[in-house]
Design a protein around this ligand. Structure first.
Ligand code: ASP
Length: 320
């Protein structure tokens, strides 16, 4: 097994072999989940704490189901972003939790880098469930698994990531992952929603949807992240939908077998037409949610194996 990581903090730290190992195991879990097979023993005896300092519906539920399916004792802590505005408070929270001796800590935080900081202070495996605009590694992995299952490969595909790139940790993790696996990534959106330094990302940039979607294999739409906007990034939602919202006319520019993705939650009629989102012949949005559980099971399984190996080696007095 190639995956030796202690934490899952971002795609940035993973090699193509790590990504393949994770996806191969997740694929097995996806099949087992479909057959209703349980895996109660994999995380048995381990405690998983989910700390979400920012709202979440699917990611938190997905991590909880994944942990429970693998037999972990799962605890959800309801965190309010307002109580952790200072770095010291976050570190204090980490130390308090660490004293409870968890084994897996799943953390979402509104500040980029906060999860990395926390990981330095605890003795367990930390999984980043989204930190600010920085990374959302399990989202990129579940997107990759969904793409691989539909196109039977995860290389040399042409993938358009569209919309609010600037505020999106999903876009950032996907750009890193898809680039590492040697795909052609296009970013499509208005100049105001492109991140600074985009010219160094190794991607092609388009400001016109029809040009950007031409002959792509995958169309990945992103939510307009209004909560991270502090000014007028778009003229109006109506105008935004007209120019950048995915509708049948724009989708017709992509390949005939192109799939449509969205990480959720969706703003129907803003970044995507509801009929496209619900079209089971094109949209794989529900499958992304399904693959989310499988990917999180795989990630926690692999991290727990590494954690047990490290603890075992420590107890035996050897270095790993
Ligand atoms: N659920 C994803 C995230 O937490 C995408 C989104 O919120 O738009 O980043």
């Amino acid at each position: 097994m190639t995956f030796r990581a202690e934490h899952l903090l971002g795609i940035e730290h993973l090699s193509p072999a790590d990504i393949t190992t994770l996806l191969d195991l997740a694929d097995q879990y996806a099949e087992h989940n479909r057959q209703g097979r349980a895996h109660r023993d994999v995380l048995e005896g381990l405690t998983q704490i989910n700390m979400f300092f920012e709202n979440s519906t699917r990611t938190q539920a997905s991590f909880e189901i994944a942990g429970k399916r693998l037999g972990a004792d799962v605890m959800n802590m309801a965190m309010q972003a307002s109580s952790v505005k200072k770095g010291e408070t976050l570190i204090d929270t980490a130390l308090t939790l660490n004293a409870m001796r968890p084994d897996l800590l799943v953390v979402r935080h509104p500040h980029s880098g906060a999860v990395d900081l926390l990981a330095q202070k605890v003795n367990c495996a930390v999984l980043n469930a989204g930190d600010g605009r920085h990374e959302h590694p399990t989202q990129a992995l579940l997107d990759a698994l969904t793409i691989r299952r539909h196109h039977d490969r995860l290389h040399r595909l042409s993938i358009a990531i569209c919309g609010d790139i600037a505020h999106s940790r999903v876009a950032r993790s996907n750009i890193l992952l898809l680039g590492k696996m040697e795909n052609r990534v296009r970013l499509v959106g208005p100049p105001t929603l492109m991140p600074s330094g985009v010219q160094d990302f190794g991607v092609e940039v388009f400001h016109d949807m029809k040009e950007g979607l031409k002959d792509v294999d995958v169309v990945m739409m992103l939510r307009l992240q209004k909560e991270r906007m502090d000014g007028g990034f778009i003229p109006s939602e109506r105008e935004y939908f007209h120019r950048y919202g995915l509708d049948a006319e724009k989708l017709a520019c992509a390949k005939d077998d192109a799939i449509v993705m969205h990480p959720g939650p969706m703003n129907r009629g803003v970044e995507i037409d509801g009929t496209i989102a619900d079209d089971i012949n094109r949209s794989v949005i529900q499958e992304q949610v399904e693959m989310g559980v499988a990917v999180r099971m795989a990630a926690m399984d692999l991290l727990a194996r590494n954690l047990r190996a490290r603890r075992g080696a420590k107890a035996a007095g050897v270095m790993v």
